[in-house]
Write a protein that binds this ligand. Sequence first.
Ligand SMILES: CSCCC(=O)C(=O)COP(=O)(O)O
Ligand SMILES: [Mg+2]
Length: 239
Amino acid sequence: MTAAAVVLDVEGTTSATEHVYGVLFPYARARIADWVAEHGHEKETRAILDDVDRIGGRPAGGDDKEAVRALTEWADADRKVAPLKELQGLIWTAGYDSGELSGHVYADTLLALRKWLNGGAQIYIYSSGSVQAQRQLFAHTQFGDLRSRLSGHFDTRTAGGKRSPDSYRAITRSVGVPVRQVLFASDTVAELDAARTAGWRTAWVVRPEEGGPADSARPPATGHPVYRNLLAVAEEAQL
Ligand SMILES: CSCCC(=O)C(=O)COP(=O)(O)O
Ligand SMILES: [Mg+2]
């Protein structure tokens, strides 16, 4: 049986953690203050800043210095807070547009996408990165624009936090397929646990390139089937 829907994590699963932490995060972190100064009056950025103020318990439209300070602290602490992820998405979009940034997906990700599509599955992305950030990353990969392969995107704003079973329940309702026909692939056990609690099938992606155990070593038992990359999931996962 083919999974009706495959849902993929990004960092460490479709794409290199090194790219996210070594390229994307520092790029956005260095530009937060300048971005707010240049775009703080524009609707999209204003909404983000107002959300930062709301979370901080400040009246909307206050001193943007406070919002910049909060956003910078969240970036340094790698907080998966929606307004930070949305601001990163805006900054990265400008970086892709200027040619300073490119996206990254592992080569096996491309092969896995093809295999799932040929088998009739729909493919979704679920990341803490904003939907815009996800679309831009997949639009600018070293293999070209992969967006047409994807049926949809979910982030913490549209679905909720990745460690909450309710988020996976919300995605199930949105994709409209039976819960046992949804497969989630991620490198993070806490995310897989939440998906399994919601009734999904799971695939733990433990990539040697990401520092995961080599072939001879066994990852700790979690009850989640283990695969060395996404192509292995596409070829071997029992659905
Ligand atoms: C969509 S690219 C940036 C990924 C990101 O911002 C992030 O925080 C990683 O989250 P993930 O859920 O993909 O591990
Ligand atoms: Mg991940």
